[in-house]
Design a protein. Sequence first.
Length: 115
Amino acid sequence: MKNWIKISGVLFIFMGCAQQESKENIIPVDKMKVVIWQLMKADEVYTRASGKDSTFKIQHKNVQFYQQIFDLNKVDRAQFYKQMDYYSKHPVDFKMVMDSVNEVSKREKNDITKH
């Protein structure tokens, strides 16, 4: 029984440290919403263009688009996917980010219609 308590205590400490580490390495919401929005737009461009030009699929243009977006926003691909893994485990935080992405979309749409 004492061993079980000791093992449980050690596991809780490690879990606490792991959660603290993941919070320190998260991408700020303001940056994350922009990256996600740009990736969504790149997917749309890729989908439309690959329907007309089959070389898009052969050349893996979607991967090239993603890398350009990561470079533009100074976000590492591994860091981004680690962040998305974090959001898959924290749906409330993910909803907040996706709501922000939706607001960016609305703002951009309004800017386009004004001009």
